[in-house]
Design a protein around this ligand. Sequence first.
Ligand SMILES: [Zn+2]
Ligand SMILES: [Zn+2]
Length: 273
Amino acid sequence: MRITLLGTGSPMPDARRAGPSTLVQADGLTVLVDCGRGVMMRLVAAGVLPPMLDAMLITHLHSDHITDLGDMITTRWVMSPGPRPFVIYGPLGTHDVVQHTLQSLTPDVGYRIHHHDDLNDGPVVEVHEMSPGDVFTVGSAQVTVGATDHRPVEPTIAFRIEAGGKSAVMGGDGIPCAGLDELCKNADAYVQTVIREDLVRLVPNQRFQDILDYHSTVQQAAQTATQAGVGTLVLTHYVPSMQPGQEGEWRALAAEHFAGPIVLGDDLTAVDL
Ligand SMILES: [Zn+2]
Ligand SMILES: [Zn+2]
């Protein structure tokens, strides 16, 4: 199984980091988890074209995790040689967001159908709204849905993807909780979005301080990994943005609480399990 951090950014714009998106590949499996800002460019850089995706999983409906939904739907549609539904798994509320996105694409869909003789139907998106405890199959993978705690944002979910004898948890945003602990149990990898509390506290802006309420710190992610017996800890969605040369500092904070391999870095950082 290969995990590629397509976008390691956050809502704060960063010229070097795309928004949150992670690619998971295994034999018979290509799935995208979340579709933040610029995901399409990183997906192609990772060697995957949108029609190759078996499905997209969405952890929650915060804008930074779904900004490029319209691009993903449109580009998959126009690049597919024939009708091919785009399958999306997300929390309750995903169906509405997808419907509104499709509505916003109506003029473009009309232009393209009118212009191309071999294009007769608009994009078809198949949405499955999932709740903690649900289990489903994508390609060769079995996926289990777990609860996360990103309150006041609700509902939010995490995914445990099992394929080819390996398992990886996509933790999404949130603070440590029992649901996440359970989902991570003995996983080969755990991907968590993280913040640096020490750096966030230095910023004299209440709106920025508010994010401390509902995000795991680097240390908390490492503690969750240790408690759950995770093999490899993968950190992403760095807030504030991890600057060049700071990787060692972030890694050291995690290493205080987790003895296994820690993966972090720029967009397109990948780990093979
Ligand atoms: Zn969020
Ligand atoms: Zn986020």
